[in-house]
Unconditional design. Structure first.
Length: 182
């Protein structure tokens, strides 16, 4: 990954000041969804976090004309023990996915290998199922309306049914239509 002024490339969704940290570790990774490697890796950006602080932005490396694995340098100011979480940004849908896999930071550590990368699993999201009960029903519509009125927090990935980057009445209409067409 090229560094511009000490930050990850400006074309990335997240920024990390790589010169603000004294320790680092390497993660070779790949993305899977439902047990299968994603084929459109260029559509995704992976970043490492401690809490809400971005600690590194990954890139997919191309071998023999194909993006085969991701490379990510994770930074810290403590030599070990911080919990590293991951987020994935999908460029076409502008959605951010929280990844369930977590690592412990270890200075100079290496997680995964190019030939056997650490797998980050994209969560399965049922659009419209904002309460995450596995169903799209009237409860989800009520939760969507309450979110729009500022009365409830939601998983915005499931709430943005039409994928336009906003949660609004169009998403409510699409959810109602999905219920009516069952």
């Amino acid at each position: 990954m090229g560094a511009l002024g000490g930050y990850a490339q400006e074309s990335t969704h997240w920024l990390c000041d790589i010169y603000s940290y004294q320790y680092d570790m390497t993660v070779y990774f790949d993305l899977e969804k439902d047990g299968t490697a994603v084929s459109n890796r260029d559509d995704f950006e992976v970043a490492a976090f401690v809490g809400s602080e971005c600690r590194g932005v990954g890139e997919f490396l191309t071998v023999n004309g194909t993006a085969n694995y991701g490379y990510l340098r994770v930074r810290s100011n403590v030599s070990e023990g911080e919990q590293i979480s991951f987020k994935v940004y999908q460029k076409t849908t502008r959605r951010v996915f929280e990844i369930s896999e977590i690592l412990d930071f270890n200075n100079q550590g290496i997680i995964g290998l190019p030939s056997s990368p650490f797998i980050l699993n994209l969560p399965h999201i049922l659009l419209g199922d904002v309460n995450k009960d596995g169903l799209i029903d009237a409860k989800d519509v009520v939760d969507l309306v309450n979110y729009m009125m500022g009365k409830k927090e939601l998983d915005l990935n499931a709430a943005d049914v039409n994928g336009d980057g906003e949660v609004n009445s169009a998403d409510v209409i699409m959810t109602v239509n999905a219920i009516m067409n069952k």
